[in-house]
Write a protein that binds this ligand. Sequence first.
Ligand code: AMP
Length: 400
Amino acid sequence: MNDATRVLVLNSGSSSVKYQLIDMAGGDRLATGLVERIGEPAGALVHRAGDARRTVEERYPDHTAALKAVAEELRRDGLGLDSPELAAIGHRVVHGGTRFTQPTRIDDAVLEALRGLVPLAPLHNPANITGIEVARALRPDLPQIAVFDTAFHATMPEHAWRYAIDKETADANSVRRYGFHGTSHEYVSRRTAELLGRAPESVNVIVLHLGNGASASAVRGGVCVDTSMGLTPLEGLVMGTRSGDLDPAVIFHLHREAGLGVDEIDALLNRRSGLIGLCGANDMREIARRMGEGDADAQLAFDIYVHRLKKYVGSYFAVLGRVDAVAFTAGVGENSIAVREAVAGRLSVLGIELDSVRNGVRGDSPRLVSAPTSRVAVAVVPTDEEYEIARQAFALLRQD
Ligand code: AMP
């Protein structure tokens, strides 16, 4: 254990890499950036460090080229990967299966196990693994730590994670509910307790992570007891492009009656459903604007989105028994006054009283939007998955 306190967080997607260099001594963000369109003819890297902001437009044939370019930008700011102050690289990994339920130091055996999990997350894990391989090649001696989107939900009791289907078939195929966005749910539930001035162990929170992907979780005393996403991120809430919950027989019906193949149905439900499928737009700002113009499709999409959310909020009240706070986060949750108003408004039956003035104030720090008399606090808590990954990676180093 040395005195290094910086953690580089890498979030490697199929054609992009997002990164942040965070100093865990004070939580400062020393650099942030994004490489986009990896593998395409015209890629771009946007890098920020302090007051410096640089954009590089170049072709990045693969993740190796992209990460080398990131390393070069960091080096130009005196923050290179060879810096003795760099303690570790923290990697976001989407699916940890049942094996990885904690932040994990990556070695060859772990990497092999991650490859074995690809069938559970074929769209996400391969890119996460590539990012790890490239980062290890660049700094073989540096601790590399995987932090999993599924891990926070590993505490769900079996009656919450098990699907009511034939047990043997389910177990033989790893079919169960895993949940995603775990680093966000963990961060936001903890920050909500802090906002209330209470210990996380004593607070029950419903977290609504409403971004382009969206999920809800029920957190009892800092421990997740239920969440809306399942085997994959498709289950649960209505999302930007995903349907969320539906009768599984819709799939058989579309196959038998409309002749759609399994990949076509997969694409339909994951990429052409949800808000975009209902009204042609997945950005809540555009939907709000169109609603203002009286657009019936946009209004219906909004109403279906809110109805599903209300059902999850109600059911998590039943699951938790006592709820101290409902916390809104991510792009829609942090910014859409209308969605918060529609979900939390008129819920006095559950002890929720929204304060319309507080709810209408924009801001980027955690805040309460409920009335002082509300039995249940309603909070807006900006999420920070990168910080949470860095925090967990750094905590693991400290344990070693
Ligand atoms: P995320 O996945 O967390 O980055 O969230 C992205 C989504 O947040 C976008 O698709 C928009 O629907 C939504 N969003 C971002 N800014 C706003 C805003 N000012 N008002 C309403 N929705 C917003």
